[in-house]
Every structure is written in C-alpha cells, then in structure tokens.
Design a protein around this ligand. Structure first.
Ligand SMILES: CC(C)(COP(=O)(O)OP(=O)(O)OC[C@H]1O[C@@H](n2cnc3c(N)ncnc32)[C@H](O)[C@@H]1OP(=O)(O)O)[C@@H](O)C(=O)NCCC(=O)NCCS
Length: 182
C-alpha cells in the first residue's frame, strides 16, 4: 500500500514535470520525423489520415508553415499544425490552416493552444493577416475555435457533410500579439 501510494505520487510528480515546446519544422526533416508525424495523423484521423507522400510534401514545401509540438521528457513529437498560403486570396494575406492534430492521448488538455499561439507568431512574421480553416464540428473543435476567437471571426460557413464528417469553414483575423496574455 505504502509502495503503491509512493509510486502514484512519483508518477504525479513526473506528470507535472512534463513540459511541451513548439518548434518550427525545418526543411529536410521529413525523413527523420515522418514516422512520428504519421502516427499522430493516424491517431487523430484514423482511416481518413492523409497519405505519407502528400503530408510529406506539404511539410517540405518552403511556402508552408509546419509546427511541431514536442513533449519535453523524451522530445518526441506529439502534435503538429500546418499552414498553407491560401491562393484564393490574391493579396497573399491569408494562411489556410490545413491540419491540426495531436496524438489522441494528449487530447483534452488544451495543448492545441500552444500550437495555435506559435502559428500566430509565424503567420504574422510572414505578413499574413487572416486564417481560413475547414474545421470539424463533430468533436466540437469548430465550436471551441469560435468561442476562443470570437472577436476575430469574420465568416462562418454553413456546416457541410464531407468525408471527414461535418465541417465548418471559418475565416478569421489573426489575433494580435497580446491576445494570449489577457
Ligand atoms: C482538435 C484537437 C487539435 C484539439 O486539441 P486539444 O488540445 O485536444 O484541445 P482541447 O479539447 O483541450 O480544447 C481546448 C480547450 O481550450 C479552449 N481554448 C482556449 N483557447 C483556445 C484556442 N485558441 N483554440 C481552441 N481551443 C481553445 C477550448 O475552448 C477548449 O476548452 P474546453 O476544455 O472547455 O472544451 C485535438 O483534439 C485533435 O488532434 N483531435 C483530432 C484531430 C482533429 O480533429 N483536428 C482538427 C481538424 S479540423
């Protein structure tokens, strides 16, 4: 019993020590990271996961912004977010967030916010002012985004049934630098 409670508090202490960092995907990293990224992709999207070649070329395209969420203990990649310039906006000011995913065991802890905050920094640095997204409504991600970014939302489309379930198109302004400190 004593051993069990000691182990439990040691585990808790370990869990509390867990830290997460966001890092920019660098050119030529796909080969090294593809197994970890594909595991996240499959864990988040199941049989709707993108093919390795497609996701690899999106990450390796220098126009795109790839972000990795790393878990501090062993530095493994546990999430990613990918931004792709939206060519429909001819002013070049819109970044389309084409995918955001975390390994399923890390869902529900608000960790996505770290990726989104870091994406804002990268997007602003590259001169983007707007995001578009096609977000899932079935797991309430679309609802969470609309709540969290309510002051910045410009357009919310009608829910659409797609092969990925019900999705909603969202266009929003990129929040200002001090948004997350408030
Ligand atoms: C969708 C997904 C990326 C969300 O990441 P997460 O870290 O699990 O997010 P959480 O469920 O912890 O939600 C974030 C919480 O922070 C809140 N929040 C605060 N700021 C937020 C922000 N900027 N954006 C989103 N949520 C925010 C949300 O309201 C939510 O609060 P709640 O706990 O009251 O619901 C993740 O669950 C995932 O990978 N799912 C499978 C793949 C997927 O559906 N990707 C999206 C495709 S469109």
């Amino acid at each position: 019993m004593t051993t069990l409670s000691r182990e439990t508090s040691a585990e808790e202490a370990e869990r509390r020590k867990q830290t997460f960092q966001v890092e920019l995907f660098k050119s030529k990293q796909w080969e090294e990271l593809k197994d970890q990224i594909m595991e996240i992709e499959r864990s988040a999207f199941g049989d709707k996961a993108e093919m390795e070649e497609e996701l690899g070329s999106e990450f390796e395209n220098p126009e795109n912004v790839g972000l990795l969420l790393r878990e501090g203990k062993d530095n493994s990649v546990v999430g990613y977010c990918l931004g792709v310039p939206n060519k429909d906006d001819q002013t070049g000011k819109t970044l389309h967030i084409s995918s955001t995913a975390l390994l399923s065991k890390y869902h529900g802890r608000g960790l996505v916010v770290k990726l989104l905050q870091a994406m804002d920094v990268q997007a602003r640095q590259r001169g983007f002012e707007f995001y578009t997204r096609f977000t899932r409504a079935d797991n309430n991600y679309a609802g969470n985004l609309q709540k969290a970014y309510k002051d910045f939302i410009l357009e919310v489309g009608e829910p659409q049934t797609t092969e990925y379930g019900t999705q909603v198109r969202i266009r929003m302004r990129i929040p200002p630098e001090d948004f997350y400190n408030k």
